[in-house]
Design a protein around this ligand. Structure first.
Ligand SMILES: *Cc1c(COP(=O)(O)O)cnc(C)c1O
Length: 397
């Protein structure tokens, strides 16, 4: 490690976010790296093409732009290597294909990102992988589900839409004792608030589409591996011909520069809104890990350094026949919140949550679930908009 790198690795997280990934002196002093567009890379001599001695060989195998982003992410994750993919979903499917083979058994958390389940139930099944969903609250109890052919344990904490917390360290320890690879979708926390590899995870996945990109205008996935699993992940990436696009890689690196301050703001505002919602009679539950009332709060407090801006609440509705009408009335009355998928951008978003595909952690009984992404708008305006939603829902009889 050079003196320069040592200075940086000892610095605070926002300092590191400002300086990791690209060294300006490596490119004429320009603060940001160049956007390198490339397929062909030239070699000075034929011999160099047979026994490769140069750093770059072909566009799909990395460029100075993609390297800058991968190095920044390795520094945040503490990983041996990172690959870039065209979406967050691909950041789940590609490592699954890298590590699973016909006849393997895979344990997938029941509160998993929905499209991951669809991939498991269709393509993995067709490839002869046996998929089993497990309760996110199992912790070390996952021991009972391990089989001789269990090859992968996939975690996501907090879970999508309902935010169940998993004891990642306990699960990793059991999985490793049985020779399984542990993967984690860490999109919610980002490596700023949780570092999966420090808790025993082998493969950390992110939808960089969310907070790293931060502006609702980029799709990208990243997968980071520890030293043991990096060669196989990198090989699979090369075999499948996947790579990060130049402009998108540049913009995600740019997004990282401000991710610390954006996340701190999202966190503060989301907690304020969650606490406010919790006091209301027209809300039956708030599903936010940073609230002391939330069942997984102790794990969150022990393992995480912060919370992101997305959580859900349960609108209090007695009659299940009215769940849909009340939820839609609430959502349709919002003006500041956009109705749209994804999150992690600068703006408030709301969606109705459908949990019909859950096998174990079913929908709460107290009413319809609504998910909110709290953006960078002012909290008073956010609350005023939600008041419009509650007023509209109350009018539905
Ligand atoms: C959004 C999301 C993804 C997928 O990201 P895309 O870039 O939209 O494909 C994966 N995991 C989680 C937890 C997500 O929220």
């Amino acid at each position: 490690m050079s003196d320069e790198q040592k200075w940086l690795s000892d610095s605070g997280v926002n300092t590191r976010l400002c300086h990791i990934g690209h060294d300006p002196s490596s490119y004429h002093g320009f603060v940001n790296p160049p956007v390198v567009r490339a397929s062909t890379v030239l070699f000075p001599q034929a011999s160099g093409m047979e026994t490769v001695t140069q750093k770059y060989t072909y566009g799909t195998r990395g460029t100075p732009t993609t390297d800058a982003l991968c190095e920044a992410i390795d520094s945040l994750e503490g990983s041996a290597g990172t690959i870039l993919l065209p979406s967050g979903l691909a950041a789940i499917t590609v490592p699954f294909l890298a590590f699973l083979s016909p006849g393997d058994h895979a344990l997938i958390v029941d509160s998993v990102y929905g499209p991951c389940r669809q991939f498991c139930d269709t393509m993995l099944k067709r490839l002869g992988v046996e998929v089993e969903y497990y309760d996110p609250l199992l912790g070390a109890g996952i021991e009972a589900l391990m089989r001789p052919n269990t090859r992968l344990v996939h975690t996501e904490s907090p879970g999508s839409n309902t935010f169940e917390m998993q004891d990642i360290r306990a699960i990793s320890d059991v999985a490793h004792r049985h020779g399984a690879v542990v993967s984690m979708d860490n999109t919610w926390a980002t490596p700023l608030y949780f570092r999966p590899l420090d808790f025993g995870v082998d493969i950390s996945m992110h939808a960089a589409t969310k907070y790293p990109a931060g502006h609702s205008d980029i799709l990208m996935g990243t997968v980071s591996a520890n030293a043991e699993h990096w060669p196989r992940l990198k090989e699979a990436n090369g075999l499948m011909g996947l790579c990060g696009a130049p402009e998108d890689s540049y913009l995600v690196l740019r997004g990282l520069r401000t991710m610390g301050v954006r996340l701190a703001h999202h966190d503060r505002s989301a907690r304020a809104v969650a606490e406010w919602l919790e006091q209301r009679a027209d809300v039956s539950a708030v599903l936010h890990p940073a609230l002391p009332s939330f069942p997984g709060h102790d794990i969150w407090k022990r393992d995480f350094k912060g919370a992101s801006g997305i959580f859900s609440f349960v609108l209090a509705v007695d009659d299940p026949a009215k769940f849909k009408a009340k939820s839609h009335a609430f959502l349709d009355a919002l003006r500041l919140f956009g109705l749209g998928w994804s999150w992690g951008g600068y703006e408030c978003l709301a969606v109705p949550v459908n949990l019909n595909d859950r096998k174990i952690r079913k929908a709460p009984a107290g009413g319809p679930v609504i998910r909110l992404q709290i953006g960078l708008e002012d909290v008073a305006d956010i609350m005023a908009d939600l008041e419009r939603g509650f007023a509209a829902a109350a009018l539905v009889s």
